[in-house]
Structures are given as C-alpha cells and as structure tokens.
Design a protein around this ligand. Structure first.
Ligand SMILES: Cc1cc2nc3c(=O)[nH]c(=O)nc-3n(C[C@H](O)[C@H](O)[C@H](O)COP(=O)(O)OP(=O)(O)OC[C@H]3O[C@@H](n4cnc5c(N)ncnc54)[C@H](O)[C@@H]3O)c2cc1C
Length: 504
C-alpha cells in the first residue's frame, strides 16, 4: 500500500477480472488516474475470468466480420459461421431467461458486443475461432461449424485473457494493489463517492477517489451468502472458479443505497466431474465440465432418469443443468454413453475416469461397486436403461441439429438425440454440479452507473460484470458472461473518467 499512500486517484476499480480490467483500461484511456484493487494474492489473481473458457458471445453478420478480430491468429478456411444477428441474440436471451432480462441493459449488451470485441482485439487480446465448446464437425467437409453466437474465444482461453489484460494494465501505468480487499463505499455528506475502505497488508485504510467502479464478481464463493440467497442446499456445493468472489462489495454497495436487482436466488451452475476439487484449480480451469449429456442417458443414484437430456443444445441448457442435479439425492448422477456416442464427447472428459463395461448389467454393477458409499439402486438403474432402450423411436440421429429423434412413453421423454444404448463399450461418468456465478446483483443503468431505489445514479459509483443483476434469470446463453463484463466494463471506465472530468 505504501507506494500509493499519498496519492489520490480519480478512479479506483475494485476487482481484477475481465470486467474490472477492461474498465480500468477504458478509464485510463479517457485520461483518469486509475488504481486497481485485487483481493487475491498475485499468484491467484484474475478471478473467474482466469478460469474461463474465454468464449465471448457477440453479434456478427458474416464470417468476414470476424476476420478483423481473429487477424493473424486463425484462418477461416476450415470453419463455417452462420450469421448471428442482434435479433437472434435477443431471442436467445429472451428464450433462456423466460423474457425476464432487463430490455435496456440487454440492448446495450447486444448492440455493443461486436465493437467491444474489436476494441479488445485492437488493445492486443488475441482471438481465435471457437472450434471446441459447442462447435460441430461437418461430416465429409473437413470443416467445423462454429456455434451460433459463440464463434469467438480468446486464444489461450481465460488464462491468456487474464495475462493479456494484466499486461495492458501494467503498460498503461495502472497500479494493482494485491491482497487488498475493498469493504466499504465511503461517501461525502452530499452522497457522492469519496473513496473506498480497504483491508490490505497494512490493515484498514481509506483510499480516496472521485469515482469507484465495482467489478468484484458475484457471491458464489461465499457459503453464508449462498445459503442465505440461493437456499440451504447450496451451502456445500463445489465452486468452479475463484475462491475470492465472496460478495463484500455487493453488500457494501447495498449499504450505500444501491438498488438490488435480478434473480438473487438464481445462479449459473453446470454439471462437473463428481471428483472435482471444492474450488477451481488453475491446473484444471474449466476442464472438469461434463457437458456432452445431450448424447447420454442420465440416471440418479436411485437409478431413475430425471430430466430431458436432449431438450436443446448444451450451450442453452448447461447453465441450469447444475441446479437440476442438485435436486437429486446426494447431488450426484451418472451420464451413460455407448460406442456410438463416445466419439462425440468433449475432450474435457479426458480429465475423468469412467466406469466401463461390455454389457449394461456389468456397467450398473461396476457403478454400484465404485460408488457403493453413495447408495446406488442398481436394479432400478438397469431397468431404467432397458426401458429407455425400448422407448427409443426410429429416426435419423444427427448431433448437429435438433434432430427430433425421441423416446415415447417415458417420463420425462428424451426429445432429441435419443439413441439406444446397445453397442459396447458402455461408459458411465459420475457427475455432480459446480456453481459458476450468481445472477443477483446491483442495478445499473445503461451508463453502468449504480442506481438507488428511485433509479437515481449514486454519484461516482459504477459497476460491471457479475456484481450486476438483471441480465440473467434461471439460465444464460454461453459466452454472455464475459461479453457483459467487457461491454459494461468499457462503458463504466469511460463514464467514470468523464464523471471525474465533469463531462458525464
Ligand atoms: C470454469 C469457468 C469457465 C467459464 N467460461 C466462460 C466462458 O467461456 N465464457 C463466458 O462468457 N463466461 C465464462 N465463465 C463465466 C466468466 O468467467 C465470468 O462471467 C466472468 O469472468 C466474470 O468476470 P468478472 O470480472 O465480473 O468477475 P471475476 O473474473 O470473477 O473477477 C472478480 C475479481 O474481483 C476480485 N474481488 C472479489 N472481491 C473483492 C473485494 N472485496 N476487493 C477486491 N477485489 C475483490 C476477485 O479476486 C477477482 O479478481 C466461466 C466461469 C468459470 C468459473
């Protein structure tokens, strides 16, 4: 702290993920003197952003639009991309959130998505086509069809996104104060932001500033807040990413008069390896995800199916699937594949060890043996798999489209990609859930200003990223988290600098 003791900053940014660092860069570029507070030690810096797959959901009208973004880092010869127009983006958000997403904030997210990704490319963030998550190989064409909306990701994923943003921050001369936790918004008598109280290596201190940008993530790593807002069942869940997003600035902003917004009982939680660690580990980042379930049959410990595995493409169901697994006994389920579907598994499954067998009966026996402590009903499990096989209707299986190949007479039915488990080997993966981030947060306006309950901006207080609410409800479309953080990070930084200069 000593290096900045005497200085007053125009803008202090709390947090050091994608949302906060894009805000810091935009504020600096608009002429403000900026400092960044990072609660984590240097070794563990960078928040969830560093764990992420680096997929950004942005609008574009053709593959040609993406070329100025990927530049020399990739080439278009082996990919195909359907247009992803703003209207489609909006439909996707409306569909997965049940029409609840804030319409104005959603418009900004969508309409600023493309130019924000280009801005990041101009700054030096390297991009490539997303051939991994949600991409499908076109049979016989040796080309990959990029996932609609999720066509781009940072080359080197979240690790390189984080490294690049820290490098840019350093080059811009912005100090980053590590192991420094923001914990209170300091306001003057007229209600303007005057600083932030921090707990750092030298104890408590108030850092003066004229604008404060909160980019300190959600509260998913805080068991007490998870229990209070998401419910007691969430007390013990695994956390997919950083352990440092524990919500103290969220509470501090509410104490300062900010309006709470969005689905406070909602979160993004995905199927992950049942043996994954309690918190995210950088050696695994997002590689514990188990998202090829549309091609599987999923059964719980009682041996029963509990969900339509083939409701939609996984990019539109994975964020809510964790919640569905939590409702099952022990919060552990099994995803079962056979020789036909094993080649369709994402490569991330390589980080796990499935139970394997040549008959369904042996498979169920193997599951019971390995996971006996969990209490498996193996007779029911075998009957469920046999009933499922008997209920599969004829039709062409096509993993690239919603093929309508379904079961008939089951509850729940499988509505797409229903193929029989009839070709050995059979593989069963034990899967639990991991929480990614929470949906409830602070209400901001389209200038990223935090507003009070009368919708008036709190002068000098801005927010971006997972600390904000109103964007996602029940579910979210993949890649919209990083995109939201960068769009509103850039706006928050620019607006905060202009506010300080009296130009807002
Ligand atoms: C495994 C995994 C994979 C993912 N993949 C994708 C993906 O491909 N695409 C996508 O869009 N989203 C993805 N996400 C979600 C994405 O990571 C987040 O939406 C995004 O990174 C959030 O950015 P943020 O800056 O708001 O928060 P974070 O990146 O979490 O940053 C929060 C920062 O605030 C700091 N902090 C917290 N509290 C304080 C405090 N009191 N004082 C000071 N600092 C504090 C933290 O240490 C951290 O630096 C993924 C998440 C995970 C966990």
């Amino acid at each position: 702290m000593s290096q900045v003791e005497q200085e007053t900053f125009d803008v202090v940014v709390v947090g050091a993920g994608n949302a906060a660092l894009t805000a810091a860069l935009a504020a600096r570029a608009t002429g403000a003197r900026v400092a960044v507070l990072e609660k984590a030690p240097l070794k563990l810096r960078g928040g969830n952003t560093r764990f992420s797959g680096g997929v950004f959901r942005c609008a574009y009208s053709s593959l040609a639009d993406l070329m100025p973004i990927v530049r020399q880092h990739d080439s278009p010869e082996t990919v195909v991309a359907d247009p992803y127009l703003p209207a489609t983006y909006r439909k996707d958000i409306d569909r997965v959130t049940g029409g609840r997403a804030d319409p104005e904030l959603t418009s900004v997210l969508i309409n600023r998505s493309y130019d924000t990704v280009r801005w990041m490319a101009d700054l030096g963030v390297p991009w490539e086509f997303n051939r991994a998550v949600g991409a499908v190989t076109i049979p016989g064409a040796s080309k990959v069809k990029l996932p609609l909306g999720g066509a781009l990701r940072v080359k080197g994923e979240g690790v390189i996104l984080s490294t690049t943003l820290f490098r840019l921050v350093e080059e811009a001369g912005i100090p980053v104060l590590y192991e420094t936790q923001g914990q209170r918004v300091v306001t003057a008598v007229d209600g303007r932001v005057a600083g932030v109280e921090v707990r750092g290596p030298d104890g408590l201190q108030v850092l003066n500033c004229r604008a404060l940008i909160l980019g300190s993530g959600g509260f998913q790593a805080n068991p007490e807040m998870r229990t209070a807002y998401l419910g007691p069942a969430w007390s013990l869940v695994k956390v997919r990413g950083t352990r440092f997003d524990t919500g103290e600035m969220l509470r501090a902003a509410l104490d300062a008069g900010a309006q709470s917004y969005g689905e406070w009982a909602g979160c993004h939680a995905t199927p992950i390896d049942a043996d994954a660690p309690t918190y995210g580990e950088l050696r695994l980042t997002d590689k514990t995800n188990r998202l090829s379930y549309p091609f599987s049959v999923m059964v719980n410990l009682d041996g029963e199916r509990f969900v339509d595995e083939g409701e939609d493409f996984n990019l539109y169901t994975y964020a809510k699937m964790g919640r569905q697994i939590l409702q099952e006994r022990g919060a552990v389920i099994f995803q079962i594949f056979d020789r036909k579907t094993i080649p369709l598994l994402e490569t991330r499954y390589n980080t796990g060890t499935p139970v394997t067998a040549d008959t369904l009966s042996e498979l169920v026996h193997g599951v019971e043996e390995r996971y006996r402590a969990l209490g498996i009903r193996k007779t029911t499990m075998l009957k469920t798999l046999e009933d499922y096989n008997a209920a599969v209707q004829d039709g062409a299986f096509n993993p690239d489209i919603l093929d309508g190949k379904h079961t008939s007479g089951l509850r729940p039915e499988k509505t797409n990609w229903a193929t029989r488990l009839d070709e050995p080997p059979f593989h069963a993966y034990a899967v639990s859930l991991g929480i990614t981030f929470t949906f409830g947060g602070l209400r901001i306006n389209t200038n990223a200003e935090v507003v009070d309950y009368l919708e008036r901006p709190i002068p000098g207080l801005f927010a971006t990223g997972e600390i904000t609410g109103g964007f996602f409800y029940l579910n979210y479309p993949a890649g919209a988290g990083l995109m939201r953080g960068a769009v509103f990070g850039r706006i928050a930084g620019t607006q905060a600098a202009q506010f300080v200069q009296g130009r807002s």
